[in-house]
Design a protein around this ligand. Structure first.
Ligand SMILES: Nc1ncnc2c1ncn2[C@@H]1O[C@H](COP(=O)(O)OP(=O)(O)OP(=O)(O)O)[C@@H](O)[C@H]1O
Ligand SMILES: [Mg+2]
Length: 472
């Protein structure tokens, strides 16, 4: 089910690409802010060097004049080209001065000989923040004659205006770069990720509406990237789910059929009980000997039918717990299995054997009939597979609870049985087997809070381990 959203943004704003567009713009702007400080400081440094160079050129014109005399008009023109109040060139022997009127008092002095990146950045921001028309005195090496100093006095506001114009250009450029990058990224993502993801989401939604409809759902893809892998995995999950649903339908149909059969079987068995009750009244030792186990067997069959009906109603087995000696129960199972094998046509004379190594004082609190079914299923499986001996014994492990191993000397689990182990209808490797015995046995153990697991299986036999939860 798709959850409703609290904030209803327009679909575009909610999309992944739109978020990425905004993030790209933000990140490019952030990057520009980080590089802005050194960039504007560099701009100011170059500006000042240019200023010093053109001042140097202007004063060289003065030096070139005969006797260094130029008209006031030319001086004014030279100074206006440079944009300075005054220029001084300090030669070792004398000072050359270019000015028309005394300059205003100096507010800031900058010496290009004392250059450092951090100091430069600091002075750059100071320039930006100063207002009015402060007079700057700039001292710079008079290139190419670096021993000489050229000094220029000028209005710092000119520098500030150029710096602001440069900053504005950087800002506009940043916005343009982030918009172009963001938009390209938006379309690339839209094409590479968002569209396939959206298609996949729609496919999944359609599939969830009607999983059985084969025309709906996620299609296989030839893409090999992460989205392709996700699509393939989804398509596989969808296939598995469909087959699980089909199987569930079959199981449900089978369950209802079994319920009906069980119901009628219970009726038939009740009649058998009545008849066998009469048998126990017959005064014949041989009949009396057979009657008791027969009645017990029929009672167990009725109980089994009842339990199956309960299972079919999906309520799980109802446990009627009691405390009993486990060893006694194993003996009973051994007797039942010995009788069955002895009756079988193929059984050899010496019959298979259950060796009970459970100590007499081992008490279990559980549903006795259900636990009986577990041991009976395990023993029966072993003998049906060809084992001659089944040994039941308690083992110590680090895990909590009581552990009982059921070991046999049979040929081990067949591949089909191993692959479908504990899967209903799948684990049988025996002709005529339903593949439910182990599933039921494990269900019973788990309903008691314990478990049934395969410990090992090979040519020399198989070991299943039953775990009984500890009871306080
Ligand atoms: N002790 C064992 N040794 C060898 N194979 C075993 C053993 N226990 C189980 N198997 C194999 O596992 C399969 C599954 O057993 P399971 O009891 O679940 O079903 P089944 O015996 O085939 O049918 P049913 O539901 O009638 O018991 C068996 O068919 C058998 O091949
Ligand atoms: Mg079985």
């Amino acid at each position: 089910m798709i959850r409703s959203r609290k904030f209803s943004l327009p679909p575009f704003a909610r999309s992944l690409s739109a978020r990425l567009l905004v993030l790209t713009i933000a990140f490019v702007m952030l990057a520009e802010i980080l590089i802005y400080a050194p960039s504007i400081a560099n701009f100011r440094h170059n500006w000042l060097k240019d200023q010093a160079d053109s001042a140097h050129l202007a004063i060289l014109a003065l030096e070139a004049a005969p006797e260094e005399l130029v008209s006031e008009d030319l001086k004014a023109q030279l100074l206006s080209r440079v944009g300075a109040y005054a220029v001084v060139l300090k030669r070792p022997d004398r000072r050359l001065l270019l000015y028309t009127a005394p300059p205003p008092p100096v507010d800031v002095t900058v010496n290009l000989r004392d250059w450092s990146l951090l100091g430069d950045i600091g002075e750059t921001f100071a320039t930006m923040l100063r207002s009015g028309d402060p007079t700057m005195r700039l001292i710079s090496p008079a290139e190419p004659d670096a021993d000489l100093d050229v000094e220029v006095m000028f209005n710092e506001a000119r520098l500030r205006t150029d710096m602001i114009a440069h900053s504005r250009n950087i800002l506009l450029l940043s916005i343009a770069i982030s918009l172009i990058t963001g938009t390209l990224l938006y379309f690339a993502l839209q094409w590479l990720m968002v569209r396939p993801m959206r298609r996949m989401t729609e496919d999944i939604t359609r599939f969830s509406r009607d999983p059985k409809d084969l025309s709906r759902g996620v299609d296989e893809t030839s893409r090999s990237d992460e989205i392709g892998v996700a699509q393939s995995v989804l398509a596989e999950m969808q296939r598995d789910l469909r087959s699980a649903l089909r199987q569930q339908e079959h199981l449900a149909a089978l369950g209802s059929a079994v319920s009906k059969i069980n119901h009628d079987l219970r009726g038939i068995l009740s009649t058998a009980v009545l008849l066998s009750d009469r048998l126990s009244g017959v005064d014949n030792p041989e009949v009396k000997r057979v009657a008791a186990p027969l009645i017990q067997a029929i009672d167990r069959a009725i109980a089994l039918c009842t339990q199956t009906l309960t299972y079919a109603r999906d309520e799980g087995p109802e446990l009627s717990r009691s405390r009993f000696r486990l060893s006694g129960l194993v003996d009973e199972v051994a007797a039942e299995l010995a009788v069955l094998e002895a009756d079988a046509d193929t059984a050899p004379c010496s019959g298979p054997k259950v060796e009970n190594r459970i100590a007499d004082d081992v008490i279990v609190e559980a549903d006795r009939d259900q636990v009986y079914r577990v041991f009976s299923n395990l023993g029966r499986n072993a003998f049906e597979a060809g084992a001659r001996r089944v040994t039941v014994e308690a083992v110590e492990t680090l895990d909590p609870g009581m552990h009982i191993d059921v070991m046999d000397d049979g040929p081990g689990l067949a591949t089909a049985a191993r692959e479908g182990l504990f899967k209903p209808f799948k684990g049988s490797a025996r002709k005529g087997g339903t593949g439910l015995g182990l599933v039921i046995a494990r269900d019973v153990m788990q309903a008691h809070g314990g478990d049934l697991a395969l410990v090992r299986s090979g040519d020399d036999g198989t070991v299943f381990r039953l775990t009984f939860a500890e009871v306080d």
